[in-house]
Design a protein around this ligand. Sequence first.
Ligand SMILES: N[C@@H]1[C@@H](O)[C@H](O)[C@@H](COP(=O)(O)O)O[C@@H]1O
Length: 268
Amino acid sequence: MRILIKKDNEEIGHWTANYLIKRITEFQPNSKKPFVLGLPTGSSPITTYEELIRRGKLGDISFKNVITFNLDEYVGIPESHPQSYHTFMNENFFSQIDIPAENIHILNGNAEDLDKECIEYEDKILKYGGIEILLGGIGMDGHIAFNEPGSSLNSRTRIKSLCYDTIEANSRFFDDDVHNVPTKALTMGIGTIMDAREVVIFGSGYKKARAIKEMVGGAISHMWPASILQMHQECVLVCDEEATMELEIKTVKYFKDIEDIAAHSNHP
Ligand SMILES: N[C@@H]1[C@@H](O)[C@H](O)[C@@H](COP(=O)(O)O)O[C@@H]1O
């Protein structure tokens, strides 16, 4: 796992947007060989989306040959609901970039047959050759997408009941009333996330510090789902100083040194 410690969320967004632009440009996507991105919602990715939008307007990046798969969506609220992930993605990203509508994939939490919806989502990801880079946030309880503690570390896209911590954390978007938060969601599984060729996780703020501690140095456990990322071959955690507060000082120094040495090396 690579760990990048940035000053704040602005810097996190800057780094991530630059990195994506570089990777997409080098990939040289076209209609036969599109670049497949996994995308999250939440407050963490907003600075990245803002920077990608800005750079898109400058002509530094096009999303015409980018295919997106969102990580998750609530069950049972209309797509047009102000807090649905469809609305979030449209308002914060898709409506402001040049991505064709048919390239966008978000789970349908109102599908008649939710199991079928999940199986078909997995099939679509495979049809496009798998996810090249998957961006994700992390919950305070260590969840990734909506894979709550106790999720199978091999899970695939499926319906999940949300736990109280997540419902409470997300109630800030639902008039601060836990009763307004949907109790179920469709989510990519942990196995689905682990299949992405590269995973970039955002961690910002002190409230994520415990989860980051477990993700980086805890035992791999379904009770801290993000800890499975220790097994991923290409995982980057891009976080701010506050999110590292529960790590040991020597761990923080270790990862900072690695980046410093690489940045100042005379060797290729
Ligand atoms: N389903 C989402 C997750 O995908 C997200 O990572 C998490 C953290 O959100 P935030 O970035 O706002 O802290 O919130 C929700 O539960």
